[in-house]
Design a protein around this ligand. Structure first.
Ligand code: SAH
Length: 257
């Protein structure tokens, strides 16, 4: 738990096309840095470098300083084998679409092998059709039907967040499941079988369970205990309880006799 995420994001670039407001460039840089991304490419920004951008970038000024300014989207993505364009509108010609979540997963998966780009459009008019057609996929951030166009830097944040989450998940693999960071090992199948045998013996012994009329009791208990993933410490406690019930039943019986 709390393991530091060290992921190589150097193959992932954020491309902003023809941005009008330098404040958005700064805010996008900040969003990127929050999510561990660092490569920013600006296609014909209207005003850059800019003090306004620096102000909005806060502690992400390094991303602005290292930003690459180019003349065309083609140039920005030349060496990328995966290009995903963010667009608020669906286009006349249907294009392969990804959800933000799928976008994060795909970018993380492919950036292990080659450079990938996430492309964002102009504040007023988004990406042109010919720019969208340079992309392998489009991603639309689901939003209010009556107002689905996010601020540019907010859109950068949502998708950068998805990239970061996908990378964290990929790194942790199964770690996201219960086993990760748990203080005890989980019980093995064999330990679970011993437990069910023991439980069944005790339930018969206390007349709760009639093996001749089982009514799916053991299946239901298996489902119950299976759902909660019992660890070895919890298993010791449960087995201890059953053993004590048996012991007390025996001594009750010997007292009666
Ligand atoms: N009015 C423009 C939207 C521009 S917002 C239009 O209708 O296309 C600036 C950029 O932010 C967009 O080009 C896109 O890259 C991104 N963006 C904004 N809202 C988005 C959304 N809901 N889904 C995906 N990208 C979005």
């Amino acid at each position: 738990m709390g393991r530091k995420t060290v992921i190589d994001f150097s193959n992932i670039r954020i491309v902003l096309v023809n941005t009008s407001h330098p404040g958005n460039i700064g805010a996008a840089a900040r969003a990127m840095k929050n999510m561990s991304l660092s490569r920013l490419v600006l296609v014909q920004p209207e005003e850059f470098p800019s003090g306004v951008a620096v102000g909005r970038a806060a502690s992400a000024v390094d991303i602005l300083e290292n930003a690459v300014v180019v003349d065309s989207l083609q140039e920005a993505i030349a060496d990328c084998a995966l290009v995903i364009g963010a667009s608020a509108r669906s286009r006349s010609i249907p294009w392969p679409m990804l959800s933000p979540r799928e976008t994060g997963a795909k970018i993380v998966e492919e950036s292990a092998r080659h450079p990938v780009a996430l492309v964002f459009g102009r504040e007023d008019s988004g990406l042109l059709n010919e720019e969208l057609q340079l992309c392998h996929y489009h991603v639309q951030i689901p939003a209010n039907e009556d107002y689905s166009s996010l601020n540019l830097a907010a859109a950068v944040m949502v998708l950068s967040y998805e990239v970061f989450q996908a990378a964290t998940e990929a790194q942790q693999g199964q770690d996201n499941s219960l086993e990760a960071g748990w203080d005890q090992e989980l019980s093995s199948a064999e330990q679970m079988e011993h437990f069910y045998d023991h439980l069944e013996r005790v339930l018969v012994r206390v007349d709760f369970h009639d093996p001749d009329n089982p009514r799916q009791l053991m299946q239901r208990l298996r489902r119950l205990y299976g759902r909660i993933r019992i660890d070895v410490m919890e298993m010791n406690i449960l087995r201890g309880i059953l053993t004590h019930i048996e012991k007390n039943l025996r001594s009750d019986k010997s007292n009666e006799e």
